[in-house]
Design a protein around this ligand. Structure first.
Ligand SMILES: Cc1ncc(COP(=O)(O)O)c(C=O)c1O
Length: 378
């Protein structure tokens, strides 16, 4: 068995005493398997590659469950009964699941490209997904308008993104203590970078000196690689292309992170001598079957849709980035690398989600306000 560490139950409950502003009673009632495990994958060029599986032991299949459980419990603790959110899919599934469990009314907005990511089984009369035919930036604007007009909060607030992901630092500290292992590199596929930023903030809170922080490797795809562009002075393979490049993974979609996010990722890279790299579509597609095989051999089963395509590619990108850094000699022989598998192993795709409501951006805000005003169906 390749598994070296496992939190089967809930990372969120495990560290609940460190979460302020959340009623432990609500957290306990809402929590449902926000787990994680670590597995040894293989040794490549004398580098030991491990997988931080944040997918298999979660309820909706991604690391977003930690943040969603925390955020909905916080909202419930504050007496809220309605929430709104927007997402490229995974956060929507998580928040809808926990809002349903909390007996709250929720509406989640998503762009058309994310339709295949959504799970119909997570919707109810009170917990709905609404497709908005607009790009991410416009959907975010609509969400803010709806939230301001109705007073219904948009989840998760930035704070919960960081606090939820900071639990990763506590978990890895415990994992290192119980296994006697120390990971020299921490790798994750990026969209907004909340996962790794929360993790490194967590290390700082635990007062772990920066000299002991794992080096950070962020991984992006060819079609969307703002961090790689902003932080690299050398051209990546992926940024040489001009013209249209298809996006292979809609989850890794954030094209314009705020200046604050770019600055913070830059600081983490500087502190840890890390980097963000972009992988070309060709590099990814050439390697996809062997990445899936490598994970499968170790017991991380990547879910494939009926068409044979991986349901979620972020974890595969993370592993690809790690392997390419090892091949290029960036990772010193004898090192240990921990590759975050953030989604796509815990759940096997259902037939495509059929939206009940599709809104044109011009009409969206008013329609959504009216939908929220209707109240909760008992
Ligand atoms: C499965 C999965 N992996 C990776 C990411 C990237 O997350 P972030 O860059 O916010 O840490 C996301 C979310 O956007 C996701 O859903």
């Amino acid at each position: 068995m390749n598994e070296v560490f496992r939190e089967d139950r809930s990372v969120v409950l495990r560290y609940a005493q460190h979460l302020s502003g959340v009623d432990p009673h609500h957290l306990k009632k809402l929590s449902h398997r926000e787990g994680a495990r670590i597995l040894f994958l293989r040794t490549v060029r004398d580098v030991d590659v491990y997988c931080l599986d944040l997918s298999t032991l979660t309820t909706t299949g991604t690391f977003k469950d930690w943040v969603a459980a925390l955020s909905v419990a916080r909202a419930k603790s504050a007496g809220l009964t309605r929430i709104v959110f927007q997402s490229s899919g995974n956060t929507a599934n998580s928040l809808s699941y926990y809002a349903t469990k909390a007996g709250m009314r929720s509406i989640g907005l998503y762009p058309p490209a994310s339709r295949r990511r959504l799970r119909a089984s997570l919707t109810t009369e009170n917990n709905t997904f609404v497709e908005v035919q607009a790009p991410e930036s416009e959907i975010k604007r609509i969400l803010t308008e709806v939230s301001e007009r109705t007073g219904v909060p948009a989840l998760p607030p930035l704070k919960d993104q960081y606090v939820g992901n900071a639990l990763r630092a506590r978990l890895l500290r415990d994992a290192e203590a119980s296994t006697g292992l120390h990971w020299d590199w921490h790798v994750q596929a990026l969209s907004s970078a909340f996962g790794p930023l929360g993790f490194y903030r967590g290390l700082a809170e635990l007062q772990i000196p920066t000299g002991r922080w794992p080096r950070f490797l962020g991984v992006q795809q060819q079609a969307v690689h703002p961090y790689a562009d902003a932080l690299s002075d050398q051209k990546t393979n992926a940024s040489d292309d001009s013209g249209y490049v298809p996006m292979l993974e809609p989850t890794m979609f954030r094209r314009r992170p705020s200046a604050d996010l770019i600055k913070e990722v830059g600081e983490v890279c500087t502190a840890t001598h890390g980097q963000v790299r972009a992988m070309s579509n060709q590099q990814y597609l050439d390697m996809e079957p062997s990445l899936i095989g490598m994970l499968d051999d170790a017991g991380v089963h990547v879910c494939l849709n009926a068409d044979g395509q991986p349901h979620e590619r972020a974890g595969l990108y993370s592993l690809l980035g790690a392997l390419s850094a090892i091949e290029e000699g960036l990772v010193a022989p004898g090192s240990k690398v921990l590759v975050a598998h953030t989604g796509g192993a815990g759940y096997c795709g259902q037939p495509s989600f059929e939206p009940e409501t599709v809104l044109h951006p011009a009409a969206a805000a008013s329609r959504l306000c009216a939908m929220l005003a209707k109240g909760v169906v008992q």
